[in-house]
Each structure stands twice: as C-alpha cells, then as structure tokens.
Write a protein that binds this ligand. Structure first.
Ligand SMILES: [Zn+2]
Ligand SMILES: [Zn+2]
Ligand SMILES: [Zn+2]
Length: 255
C-alpha cells in the first residue's frame, strides 16, 4: 500500500492569502500546504480521500493517471470543492466515478454540484455515482474500508482504516468504541491544527499527541495544519521520534 499526502493544510491552505508571517513567507517546500487529502494505492486500486479546492493541482503534481473512487470524510468545502475536476478521469476511463460517504455528505454534494445530477444534463459535466455508507465496514472494488466516526465540533465525520493504515482528519473528539477500532493500526494519521489555544472543531497538537499515545501506532503523522503551527522544521524537531508532521508530497509505503 502506498499513501501520498496530496495536501496537509487547514481550510485556507498555507501560505494564507495576505499573510506575512514567517511560515507563510517560508521558502521550505514543506511549509506550503494545499487543502487536506490523501491518495491511497492498494492492490492496484487508486483511491482519493476528499476532493478539496486543490484537487486538480494535486492530481497533476502526483501524476495520478487513474482514479477508481473518491471517499469523503465530510462535506466541508475544503474537502469537496474540487469535485468537478474528476471529469478528466470520466473521459479517460469512460466511466462514472463512484463516491462513498455518509448519506448527509452525498446529499450536500448533490446540492453543491446540482448540475451533475440534473435531469437534463449538459455535455461534459462530471459523471458521479453515489454510494451512501453507514458506520460499518464496506467494500470498494473488493477492498475493505472501516469507518471511524469522529466528532468535528457537532458534526459526525468519518475517518477510515484500511488494513494497518488509519486516516483521521477534522476531529476534535473520538469516542472510546471508535478509538478501539484504531487499535493495532501501524500507521495513524490524525489532524492537528496548531499548538494552542483549544479549538472548537479541531485537535490541537497536544490533543493529537494524546490520541497517538492512546492508539500506540508504530508511526503517526499530523495533518490539516495551520500556519499558526509554526515552521515545519522547527515543529518536527520537537515531536516524539515516532510522530511527524506530514507535508505535501510525502509518500509512505506499508507492506
Ligand atoms: Zn477541513
Ligand atoms: Zn501566515
Ligand atoms: Zn471540516
């Protein structure tokens, strides 16, 4: 299994438009964070988790030639805005793109991309197939994905586990029984916005480290990062040895 971090930034991305802070002015490529998303390649399948506003650039940068499905964590705009750009995959593959998500998430997508679901469709629009999922394991082309329900303030969001890999974004609370599903995972990705103060809907760095401590993965990566976290190089140096800040373009391989 190969996982590629397509984007690791919070909703505005890093740099933030109009911001002059040291992180937004940094020349380190690891301080340039597109909106959050990952690509997972496993057993010849190509999956993308969320299609944020930077989806097109992410597909081009990583030279992704084939897409089997999109799996959504939730319907916030920084996770859905780029969905129209699945069209080249529709054309190349001559097929619809299956979308997986909670029923509420797919309903929201139908509202925001109404033209793709209109009765009279104009030519060239995205061709999407909706697959509502519940909080129980489901299959995508023979691959088993297990949802992990996490809370993003009051919104239930799905994280996902595929084998030894787990991906949690946009959380600030995980119930005990959902945390249980993460146990034994070798690689855990979890969101961490900044060092502090406490945030309404996202884990801070100390809170994310606490989740990692409880799950005990071999390696953990932090994502959905704000410019307020600090410079990548400085924060990375302060973390425990098995915890890393993810950065755009980072690839991890699991046997
Ligand atoms: Zn988000
Ligand atoms: Zn800034
Ligand atoms: Zn969100």
């Amino acid at each position: 299994m190969q996982v590629t971090f397509l984007g690791t930034g919070t909703s505005q991305g890093v740099p933030v438009i109009g911001c002059d802070c040291v992180v937004c002015r940094s020349l380190d490529f690891r301080d340039k964070r597109l909106r959050v998303s990952i690509h997972v390649e496993v057993e010849g399948r190509s999956l993308v988790f969320d299609t944020g506003p930077d989806f097109r650039m992410q597909m081009l940068r990583e030279h992704i030639l084939h897409l089997d499905a999109v799996v959504f964590t939730h319907a916030h705009k920084d996770h859905t805005a780029g969905l129209d750009d699945v069209r080249p995959f529709n054309f190349r593959q001559n097929s619809d793109i299956p979308l997986y998500g909670q029923p509420e998430v797919l309903e929201q997508i139908k509202v925001e991309f109404a033209y793709a679901f209109a009765e009279k469709k104009y030519p060239g629009i995205p061709r999407l197939e909706l697959n509502p999922i519940q909080n129980e394991p489901f299959e995508v082309l023979g691959l088993t994905l297990t949802p992990i329900q996490v809370m993003h303030h009051k919104l239930p969001v799905f994280g996902y586990r595929i084998g030894d890999f787990s991906y949690i974004t946009d959380a600030n609370f995980i119930a005990e029984e959902e945390l249980e599903k993460l146990k034994g995972t070798r690689v855990l990705v979890v969101n961490a916005l900044h060092k502090g103060p406490k945030h309404l809907s996202h884990y801070t760095l100390p809170e994310a480290l606490e989740v990692i401590e409880r799950v005990q993965p071999e390696t953990a990566y932090l994502t959905h990062i704000s410019h307020n976290m600090g410079l990548h190089a400085a924060v990375e140096a302060e973390l425990p040895p098995h915890v890393h800040l993810a950065y755009d373009g980072l690839k991890i391989t699991l046997e």
